[in-house]
Write a protein that binds this ligand. Structure first.
Ligand code: HEC
Length: 166
């Protein structure tokens, strides 16, 4: 689905980043958060529109630009691109269909580790409505998105940009 030019650019950037890492004087630089491969990039607007149309309803008709602007509330803590770094929160690439608290190099709360959840759109909708209500004891300090349309839009944007597979 990606534009070939973009893929090449992403690989080139990833290779440059790895080369820079190898020259580092400190062998532990990057530590547990070191990406395991080239860092990906966001889909272009055209590819994002195509990916959106392939999503299940109601996400296929969501407003991607509103979703992107609402994700700004999450991006202080989360990256979404492939092999993106963990920050205050874990990288979210491939989150749909993934077991909760399953990124080995991220220190999750005991509460999230104990859930046994698998992330899907419905679970995520409840989660971002108010994480502290969805899961007392979570480390995710986020007030919540109260407007259902904003949640649908941001979930659709996440599906498109984190490599959701129907
Ligand atoms: C202030 C930082 C912060 C913000 C803002 C934030 N998160 Fe998080 N998020 C976290 C932390 C920390 C965790 C780990 C929670 C735990 O271990 O209990 C997390 C966990 C998650 C997880 C579970 C990931 C996994 O691997 O199981 C998802 C999904 C998620 N956040 C989505 C979002 C979305 C979507 C938004 C915006 C609507 C958001 N987060 C906003 C910090 C944040």
């Amino acid at each position: 689905m990606r534009h070939p030019g973009l893929t090449i650019a992403a690989v080139a950037i990833g290779a440059a980043a790895l080369a820079a890492c190898n020259k580092s004087a400190n062998p532990s630089a990057g530590g547990g958060n070191a990406p395991s491969g080239p860092v990906g990039s966001l889909l272009s607007d055209d590819d994002a529109k195509k990916a959106l149309a392939a999503l299940p309803a109601p996400y296929n008709t969501a407003d991607l630009s509103n979703g992107e602007s609402k994700f700004a509330l999450c991006s202080t803590c989360h990256t979404v691109v492939e092999n993106g770094p963990n920050m205050t929160g874990p990288n979210l690439h491939g989150v749909f269909g993934r077991k909760a608290a399953s990124k080995a190099e991220f220190k999750y709360s005991d509460a999230l580790k104990a859930t046994g959840w698998t992330w899907d759109a419905a679970r995520l909708d409840t989660w971002i409505t108010d994480p502290k209500v969805a899961l007392p004891g979570t480390k995710m300090t986020f007030a919540g998105l109260k407007d259902p349309k904003d949640r649908t839009d941001v979930i659709a944007w996440l599906m498109v940009q984190t490599g959701y597979k129907p």
